[in-house]
Write a new protein. Structure first.
Length: 264
């Protein structure tokens, strides 16, 4: 149940993935208002069966785990637990059981099953870039919030008191956030000339705001890639990359000429 390298482990995980996908399919279809009562009953019974299987599977994972508490408190253990908890809401609430959509997180195991290490590596690269950019993005978001509050207050001064939706400062700030993010629901819109002028400035400002965090993260990703390139060497025989301290290729066993690589 914890070893996807073996044939039995892969089969177990694949069957489990199939049940999860089928469960999510049922979840989406049963939300349709046009389903007949008979179909809803069939889906209800099927969901009880699937949820019971997932609950038993979770208990078995805890039982066979060498360190049960470590598994329960791990990220996978928490995801597995959250995916089986909605079974207790099936009989008591008509909407809370849709929380079982979180089961889709369990499909992340597909990276482990099929050894999609390349995608995992790229995901880690993006994660480290986001973490490295956290403080810069936090400062940037702080100023965006300040701009939204200031512009929302100005818009309330200009447009407040009318029938166009600017009935309070919070409503005006909501409009400012929607405008800055270029969403533009259209439920609130200025009618005065000066109000339209402020709205135009904020719309143009929104495009600049979108570009800033993208540039910050992209720069961190570039730095990480440069750092990774400086820590690897290419094999002259098979061209596969190896750690910089390697004397022989990990793939073909050929000798790596460090001097030649440094000259490159």
């Amino acid at each position: 149940m914890f070893e996807a390298k073996t044939t039995a482990g892969k089969k177990f995980d694949l069957y489990l993935m199939g049940l999860i996908v089928f469960s999510l399919f049922i979840l989406m279809i049963e939300s349709l208002p046009s389903l007949s009562p008979t179909t809803r009953l069939i889906f209800y019974v099927a969901e009880w069966v699937l949820s019971s299987i997932f609950f038993i599977e979770y208990l078995l994972r805890v039982y066979v785990s060498p360190k049960p508490l470590k598994y329960i408190l791990s990220a996978w253990g928490i995801i597995d637990l959250l995916s089986v908890l909605p079974i207790f809401f099936l009989a008591f609430n008509n909407t809370a059981h849709y929380f079982r959509i979180i089961r889709i997180l369990r499909l992340i195991r597909v990276f482990k099953i099929f050894r999609l290490s390349q995608f995992t590596k790229e995901a880690y690269s993006l994660y480290h870039s986001l973490v490295a950019s956290l403080y810069k993005i936090a400062v940037f978001m702080f100023f965006v919030i300040l701009i939204a509050i200031i512009m929302g207050g100005l818009m309330f001064i200009v447009e407040g008191g009318g029938e166009n939706g600017f009935n309070s400062v919070p409503e005006s700030i909501y409009w400012a956030i929607v405008t800055i993010t270029t969403v533009g629901f259209g439920d609130i819109a200025p009618v005065t000339d000066f109000g339209k002028f402020l709205a135009s400035i904020m719309m143009l400002l929104g495009y600049a705001i979108i570009a800033v965090p993208t540039g910050i993260v992209s720069m961190e990703m570039y730095k990480n890639q440069e750092k990774a390139n400086n820590e690897i060497v290419s094999c002259p025989n098979c061209s596969n990359v190896n750690p910089k301290q390697a004397n022989y290729c990990n793939h073909c066993g050929a000798s790596i000429d460090k001097k030649q690589e440094d000259e490159k």
